[in-house]
Design a protein around this ligand. Structure first.
Ligand code: BZD
Length: 838
């Protein structure tokens, strides 16, 4: 039953004592939780006790909205978006929930009255780092926007016990430490111990004909794992919609059904506790590099199987027909990590629900949509067929059957074009057969999208060219976006207040309204206020840098920020080569005019990625020399800020003047850090890659520092036989920089440290670092020149933020809803759940 606004008001009054939002009620709630949850009274409570108590108090307020949302989704015949992602890089919850609930100030008052500082308590939270980088963070931004736009949605994933490793720097090298984020408990999740699904793994398949003469398959597993649901409520901004992030934890099944046991299904399959628990134990720390390990495939299958079983259970429990699954759910695959879902859906439909194959395939194709996030060939997931069979014997059969029928269709459509047939095949031919997950995802989905305009075009021209040729109607672009709630309101409150003081608060939910700032871009007093905020944020970051790295930096220098995963294609080494060139200019001419600059790097390298780790060592080694050299007189400083994660990103973005987006054109699918930095008033120096192209279109070419080869030029250069050594010989600044690294100038005269990196640059240089060096250095001179003119810089910075409306994840989600998911908003009203007991 729907409640009217009046009812809602009275419910709110009744609820005030329990879940009210005023400072007094919040204070009482914290004290209650301190007592009843933590078992403490104020005199002996630790800061962590207060953090926990406050979080539980906030969670109560989320639950009120969450239960109302769940209730609505279960009753209404409203379609639900199901987002399948192996990663969610959420960042800390507490402050975000305070913002979305609209109680930040009230909570500040409540904690002050308890003698606590809200910032300290917020800082107590261990962020859930359940992702590697952009892909996982995108999933988190999308969860925020889905809830804010009041779209019914469930995010499904894995509750890794250990998220992305914590990075420390020792002697300039990256050291990895385990991320034991659950150590002190997690107040944001609700364990649904009763909600679990069995997942089979390994074993073999028996075939038989049943009494009706039907051909049947019986998968006898080698082991069975139980998936337990852990739910985290995801509240939208200033709405009642509170969606669910459902993460699965793997456990050993405690008991089993003896009937099944006697049929032989479970014997030997109820395996070792540790083997089962290992499945959700740790996140693989590789981005853009496939990990062909059995455990990784088990993880993927485990979470996808639990999720599909859960969706089917929800659908059937509402009286839905299995044949109409796609009326209830649309399933978005976040890259190919959950693509095994296509085969699992077929298995569930055919083997468990006894749906005819053709109908099952039709249902499957109407249910799934696939987002691609990479063009790098080394990142495209494939599984060795033998390994695949050892984990998922039944799925191999199913994929073979999908492929057989699919290739028949392709043969007819292409008049037997062998090249097309072999490129579209889900199983590669040759002696070492591989299951190609991108092909499985494409074949089983009704929609396929890239994540930026350029990326989507390149997909059609390169990796998915043959798919595009046959099914052009499946393809579209959905440019990524980021949530302005976390990346502006929460991380940059001063800038947000300044913006709101001019244009009101509407921009927070409708980022296009930021264009209202354009009229102030030339206003000297607004420029002044804008730059004062930036300076404040730079001072805050400078303090943290000093604490964390012992490096003293000058907040009035240019803060030049290069923060993202460390990868050759992202070219942190191009940046450091420029730093060395600047350093040499100063050494050769100590009185040269140099606009003071602080080069700030942060990012993790995959533990097994030797060259990326060397890049970190190179940055820290250059920092050691440059920062100490008296001739430099502090005009340039280099900082490697350790352990880049969401928390640190929130501190870095607001303080950035320059945003380094310098990947080789055609390699970065989109980028999202580029958007967050620009929204916070940083100016981009970048290539025409990923979403940089669209950012530049929006902010205007005159407010963007462009350099480097275009994607076409890169291709052309490579086809002409690119020789990096020629560039090294031709550019004296480049040659000197490389020679110095080689000679050990930055490594206590031990030249061998960087030899692998240098050899890779001089003799291969896949990512055209040397080819782009000259144009990069020239553009950096323009950056320095522009910074000298404070008014011009302020104007450019304001215009960057003002024109970023398109890059809100709200826009991205609207695009997905309209073009792919066909799902609209479904506002939630508060319900009085205590009515019956009052
Ligand atoms: O996805 C990234 C791309 O590199 C970015 O260009 C893009 O902006 C974002 C979001 O679309 N890809 C990843 O972050 N990929 C991974 O993290 C990853 C993780 C595991 C395995 C493979 C890739």
């Amino acid at each position: 039953m729907k409640s009217s606004t009046k009812d809602t008001e009275s419910i709110l009054t009744r609820e005030e004592t329990r879940t009210g939002l005023g400072p007094e009620t919040l204070k009482r709630a914290i004290l209650n939780h301190l007592f009843y949850n933590q078992g403490k009274f104020p005199e002996i409570a630790t800061r962590n006790d207060y953090y926990m108590a406050m979080s539980f108090a906030v969670r109560d307020r989320l639950l009120q909205r969450w239960v109302a949302s769940v209730k609505k989704y279960l009753n209404a015949d409203q379609k639900i978006v199901s987002y399948l992602s192996a990663e969610y890089l959420l960042g800390p919850h507490l402050a975000n929930n305070l913002i979305n609930l609209g109680i930040y100030e009230n909570m500040e008052k409540a904690s002050n009255s308890l003698g606590m500082n809200l910032d300290w308590l917020i800082a107590k939270e261990q962020e859930p780092g359940l992702g590697n980088g952009g892909l996982g963070r995108l999933a988190a931004c999308y969860m925020d926007s889905l809830a804010t736009l009041e779209i019914p949605a469930i995010g499904y994933g894995i509750r890794y016990q250990f998220g992305i490793f914590e990075q420390d720097i020792k002697d300039g090298w990256q050291i990895e430490d385990t991320d034991n984020w659950l150590r002190r408990g997690n107040p944001w999740e609700i364990a649904k111990r009763e909600l679990g699904y069995d997942v089979k793994l390994g074993g073999y398949v028996q075939h038989y004909t049943d009494i009706n003469g039907k051909f049947k398959a019986n998968w006898i597993p080698g082991m069975i794992v139980k998936g337990i649901a852990y739910d985290t409520p995801i509240l939208g901004y200033r709405v009642n919609t509170c969606n669910t992030l459902r993460l699965w934890k793997s456990e050993a099944p405690k008991s089993f059904d003896f009937q099944t046991f006697n049929q032989g299904l479970y014997s030997g399959a109820v395996s070792d506790k540790t083997v089962c628990e290992n499945i959700s134990k740790v996140l693989y720390p590789n981005d853009e590099q496939r990990e062909g390990k059995i455990l990784r495939l088990q993880q993927q299958y485990f979470f996808v199987s639990c999720s599909l079983q859960d969706m089917i259970a929800i659908h059937l429990s509402q009286g839905g027909k299995i044949e109409r699954f796609y009326d209830k759910f649309v399933v978005q695959l976040n890259d190919t990590h959950p693509a095994i879902g296509v085969a699992e859906m077929m298995r569930l439909l055919v083997d468990v629900y006894e749906v005819e194959w053709d109908l099952a395939w039709d249902i499957t194709k109407k249910s799934f949509a696939y987002t691609n996030h990479t063009l790098l060939p080394e990142a495209l997931e494939t599984w060795d067929q033998d390994l695949f069979q050892s984990v998922l014997p039944r799925h191999l059969e199913i994929i073979q059957e999908i492929n057989r029928r699919f290739l028949d269709e392709v043969t007819i459509r292409t008049y037997g074009d062998q090249d097309l047939i072999s490129s579209l095949s889900i199983i590669s031919d040759g002696p070492w057969k591989k299951i190609r997950m991108a092909n499985l995802a494409c074949a089983g989905s009704f929609a396929i999208n890239g994540v930026a305009a350029l990326h989507s075009e390149l997909l059609k021209k390169t990796v998915l060219k043959d798919w595009y040729q046959l099914w052009p109607e499946k393809f579209s672009n959905k440019t990524n976006g980021v949530t302005p709630r976390r990346w502006m309101v929460l991380s940059n409150p001063k800038l947000s207040s300044l913006i709101s003081s001019k244009i009101g608060e509407g921009w927070i939910k409708n980022l296009d309204e930021l264009t209202g700032l354009e009229q102030y871009a030339d206003d000297p007093s607004f420029q002044q206020e804008w730059m004062v905020v930036k300076h404040e944020m730079k001072k805050d970051l400078a303090k943290r840098i000093l604490q964390r790295t012992k490096i003293k930096v000058d907040p009035s220098s240019i803060f030049d920020v290069h923060v993202k995963r460390i990868h050759e294609y992202k070219r942190q080494h191009l940046n450091i080569l420029h730093v060395i060139a600047l350093y040499n200019r100063i050494k050769q001419n100590p009185d040269a005019e140099v606009v003071p600059r602080t080069f700030i790097f942060a990012g993790k390298a995959a533990p097994g990625y030797h060259l990326a780790k060397l890049m970190i060592k190179l940055i820290t080694s250059v920092a050691d020399v440059v920062n100490q050299d008296p001739i430099v007189k502090d005009r340039i400083k280099v900082v490697f800020y350790p352990n880049y994660n969401v928390t640190n990103a929130q501190r870095i973005y607001p303080a950035a003047d320059v945003s380094e987006q310098i990947s080789t054109a055609g390699k970065e699918a989109s980028g999202t850090g580029n958007m967050k930095l620009s929204m916070n008033g940083a100016l981009t120096i970048g290539t025409l890659d990923g979403a940089n192209v669209e950012i530049r279109d929006c902010v205007g070419a005159e407010n963007f520092f462009l350099f480097g080869l275009t994607e076409e030029e890169v291709q052309q250069k490579k086809s002409e036989g690119y020789n990096p050594f020629d560039y090294y010989m031709a550019n004296p600044e480049l040659k000197l920089a490389i020679d110095q690294i080689n000679s050990g100038y930055f490594s206590h005269m031990n030249g061998s440290v960087f030899k692998d990196l240098i050899n890779s640059l001089l003799y291969h240089d896949q990512y055209l670092v040397l080819a782009d060096f000259e144009s990069y250095v020239a553009e950096q001179e323009r950056v320095a020149e522009a910074y000298k003119d404070k008014q011009r810089w302020a104007k450019m910075s304001i215009l960057n933020a003002a024109r970023m409306g398109k890059f809100s994840s709200d826009r991205s989600i609207k695009d997905y809803c309209d073009d792919i998911w066909k799902v609209g908003p479904s506002p939630v009203e508060l319900v009085d759940f205590h009515q019956k007991t009052q």
